[in-house]
Design a protein around this ligand. Sequence first.
Ligand code: DGP
Length: 122
Amino acid sequence: MADTIFTKIINREIPADIVYEDDRCLAFRDINPQAPVHLLIIPLKPIATLNDMTEADRELVGHLHLVAAKLAQDMGFAEDGYRVVMNCNRDGGQTVFHIHLHLLAGRIMGWPPFTDHAKAPV
Ligand code: DGP
């Protein structure tokens, strides 16, 4: 797949406010935060979308979620709660084609997600 802005962040070619890293993933603050805490957790391995994951990625994707829960605990919002989201393709609102978990906290999240675009049922 083509390199994205996230590859440049992994390679330290552009700056980011990195809050966590290990041998499989990186977490940093979203440049356009939608909540008081808005982190992105990305695998070092570039995978374009949820649709591109394979069985080989099963453990990696589980790891991303464990890191989200660890950050929530370490940063003190695990008990109050938070939201973890992965957008996929156009209708899901994906804009960077390197999978990432959004970890949002620090405010009450609405449900269902806000919508202003009608679409025929699939
Ligand atoms: P999504 O729309 O789900 O693909 O989310 C992509 C997110 O990435 C979006 O919330 C904004 C964020 N983002 C895009 N470019 C950069 C960047 O250069 N640095 C940081 N920190 N975040 C970025």
